[in-house]
Design a protein around this ligand. Structure first.
Ligand SMILES: C[S@@+](CC[C@H](N)C(=O)[O-])C[C@H]1O[C@@H](n2cnc3c(N)ncnc32)[C@H](O)[C@@H]1O
Length: 217
């Protein structure tokens, strides 16, 4: 099923660290990306705290979110001053544009939607166009593992930082998927886990992992 304009919406509020409230529309019916996943909240809060501590400079940076779903992480980044391109499959265009438009009074940088299907659309962006790539809960589909890796390889230079969050799941299938993804990722990329002590104190938990991923030198 698709996230289209005929779907009914329900709102998830996200409180920015300055107390302002983002209203993120979710679709009642649709594919998994139609709702905000916990991994997106954990990653957004981490990005906010890093930006607040001046460890991550978002103001004026070009940020790409892939597999964005509702677009939360990208919208949060644009509220911190980033020039953000928020991407997903074409059926997410209405939902993400709605979320960008309805939160535009809080956006200090820029946010725009663009279709990016992993493994395709490879000529869309230049290799070093983005300083950061955000991906939350994208290690989810058997059929998308290879295309996702192709896209990451295409988009990343040695200076690109990928912030990747995902929820550890108990099923044998998801465990295998995770293992396969990280084995394949390790061929061209190095990565490390952000310890929970460096994450947001409230919006963090053992089941949700944040990794920083970079191209091997
Ligand atoms: C589990 S959802 C996570 C959504 C959002 N990042 C979050 O954490 O709330 C995975 C997202 O990946 C997107 N996706 C899956 N396969 C894709 C592909 N081949 N190309 C682009 N996006 C894809 C889905 O449309 C969906 O929005």
């Amino acid at each position: 099923m698709q996230a289209n304009s005929e779907c009914r919406y329900f709102v998830r509020e996200y409180e920015l660290n300055d107390g302002q409230i983002l209203k993120i529309n979710q679709n009642e019916i649709g594919d998994v990306g139609c709702v905000v996943w916990d991994a997106a909240i954990v990653l957004s809060k981490y990005i906010e705290s890093q930006s607040f501590k001046n460890i991550l400079t978002l103001d004026g940076s070009n940020i790409l979110e892939i597999g964005a779903g509702t677009g939360l992480c990208g919208i949060v980044s644009s509220c911190l001053g980033a020039q953000t391109t928020i991407t997903d499959l074409p059926q997410f265009q209405n939902l993400i544009n709605k979320n960008i438009n309805e939160n535009k009074h809080l956006i200090k940088g820029k946010a725009k939607f663009q279709v990016l299907e992993w493994g395709k659309d490879l000529e869309l962006f230049k290799k070093d166009e983005f300083q950061c790539i955000l991906m939350s809960d994208c290690i989810y589909y058997d059929e998308s593992l290879e295309p996702l890796l192709t896209t990451l390889n295409q988009l990343c230079s040695r200076d690109t930082k990928i912030f990747c969050s995902f929820e550890r799941r108990d099923t044998e299938h998801k465990k295998r998927l995770e293992k396969e993804f990280f084995k394949a990722l390790g061929k061209d990329f190095k990565f490390y886990t952000i310890p929970i002590s460096e994450q947001d104190k409230v919006y963090s938990c053992d089941d949700i992992v944040i990794l920083v991923v970079e191209k091997k030198q």
